[in-house]
Design a protein around this ligand. Structure first.
Ligand SMILES: NC(=O)c1ccc[n+]([C@@H]2O[C@H](COP(=O)([O-])OP(=O)(O)OC[C@H]3O[C@@H](n4cnc5c(N)ncnc54)[C@H](O)[C@@H]3O)[C@@H](O)[C@H]2O)c1
Length: 306
C-alpha cells in the first residue's frame, strides 16, 4: 500500500514510518523539520521518500496524494506554552494544514488517520475520560486540536474516511519535550544524580502511553473497516507526577527528594483514558507500561534513549 506520513520525521511519525516500511508499504514523509529530525528516519532512509516541505504547500500535497491509500497526519505545532504567544501560526499549521489534507482526501478518495490529543477534553469532569465526554480545551494548542475534530466531522459527512486519535501522554525513545517532557527532564536529572524538579505540587496525574503502541493504533485504524471515529489512545492507568519522581528515584536507588517549582500555565490537572472504544472497534490495546520502561532505562543505563 502507498501512504504519506506528515510529520514523519517527528517522535510519533517516525515510529509509524518504521513500522510501515517494515511491512513493505511505500511511504512518503512530508516534514519541514520544524521539530522533527532526519536522524529519526536513519534506519529506513533508503526505503522511503523524504520531502522536506510543509503541509501548507497545497501544490506539493496535490501532487503527492494522487493515487495514495491513506495519510497518517501527525504534522503539527505541538507546544502548549509556545501556542499562547503564536495562536495564529498554530491555527494556520494545525487547522488549515489539516483542512488541506481533508480536501484532498475527498478529491482523491483516501483515508486519513490523524493525531488529535487528550488536550481537547481540558480538565475533565470525570475520569477515566470517555470519547463522548465534554470538550473544554484550555490553551490555544488544544483549541486547534478541537477545531481539527470539527473539520474531521464535517468531511466525514461528505464521505471522507477519517479517524482522529486522541493521544494521551506519549513516551518512548526520543520523546518530545511537550508531553513526556516531565519524564525526560526527571530522567536527565537522575542521570546527573540531581533531584527531579516538579512544577506545582505533584498531585497532577497523567496517562502515559508507549510510542510504538501509538504507532500500532494508527496503523490498525488505517487497516480497519471503521470509516469515522475518534478514539482515546491511552492505557487506562495513571501516575501522579510526585509518584513518577519517587518511582524514578527509587529505581535509581538514590537517596534524594524531589524539589518543587511553580505550576505551569495551561497545564491540565488529571488525565486517564477510558479505552473501551478502541479495544472494541479495532482490537487495539497497550502493551508497554511506563514503570517497566523506566526500570529498563535506569537499570540498563540507557539514558541515551530518553
Ligand atoms: N507526544 C505526545 O504525547 C502527543 C500527545 C497528543 C497529541 N500529539 C500530537 O501528535 C503529533 C505528533 O507529535 P510528536 O510528539 O511526534 O511531536 P513532534 O514535534 O516530534 O512531531 C511533529 C512533526 O511535525 C512536523 N511539522 C511541524 N510543522 C509542520 C509543517 N507545517 N509541515 C510539515 N511538517 C511539520 C515537525 O517537524 C515534527 O517532525 C502532533 O500532531 C501532536 O500534536 C502528541
Amino acid at each position: 500500500m502507498k501512504y504519506i506520513v506528515t510529520g514523519g520525521a517527528g517522535f510519533i511519525g517516525s515510529n509509524i514510518v518504521k513500522k510501515l516500511a517494515a511491512r513493505g508499504d511505500k511511504v512518503t514523509v512530508i516534514d519541514n523539520l520544524n521539530t522533527g529530525k532526519e536522524e529519526n528516519l536513519e534506519l529506513v532512509r533508503d526505503k522511503i521518500t523524504f520531502l522536506n516541505d510543509t503541509i501548507l504547500n497545497m501544490d506539493l500535497l496535490e501532487k503527492e496524494t494522487k493515487g495514495i491509500d491513506g495519510i497518517f497526519h501527525q504534522a503539527a505545532l505541538a507546544s502548549v506554552q509556545d501556542s499562547f504567544s503564536k495562536p495564529e501560526e498554530y491555527h494556520d499549521v494545525n487547522v488549515n494544514g489539516t483542512e488541506n489534507i481533508l480536501k484532498l482526501a475527498k478529491k482523491y478518495n483516501f483515508k486519513v488517520v490523524y493525531a488529535s490529543s487528550s488536550s481537547v477534553y481540558g480538565n475533565p469532569e470525570k475520569i477515566p475520560i470517555s470519547e463522548l465526554d465534554s470538550k473544554n480545551p484550555i490553551n490555544p494548542y488544544a483549541k486547534t486540536k478541537l477545531k481539527k475534530e470539527e473539520l474531521a466531522k464535517k468531511y466525514s459527512k461528505i464521505g471522507v474516511k477519517v479517524i482522529g486519535l486522541r493521544y494521551f501522554n506519549v513516551f518512548g525513545k526520543g520523546q518530545s519535550k511537550e508531553y513526556a517532557g516531565v519524564l525526560k527532564l526527571f530522567l536527565e536529572r537522575i542521570r546527573d544524580q540531581l533531584p527531579p524538579k516538579i512544577n506545582g505540587d505533584g498531585t497532577q496525574f497523567r496517562d502515559f502511553v508507549y510510542v510504538e503502541d501509538v504507532a500500532d493504533a494508527n496503523i490498525m485504524s488505517m487497516d480497519s473497516d471503521v470509516d469515522h471515529e475518534f478514539f482515546n489512545v491511552g492505557t487506562n492507568t495513571s501516575i501522579t507526577i510526585l509518584n513518577l519522581a519517587k518511582t524514578i528515584i527509587k529505581s535509581a536507588e538514590l537517596n534524594i527528594e524531589p524539589i518543587f517549582g511553580p505550576a505551569l500555565k495551561g497545564d491540565v490537572q488529571k488525565t486517564i483514558a477510558n479505552i473501551d472504544l478502541i479495544k472494541e472497534k479495532i482490537g487495539w490495546k497497550p502493551t508497554v507500561f511506563l514503570e517497566e520502561w523506566i526500570n529498563e532505562i535506569i537499570s540498563m543505563k540507557k539514558f541515551d534513549e530518553i
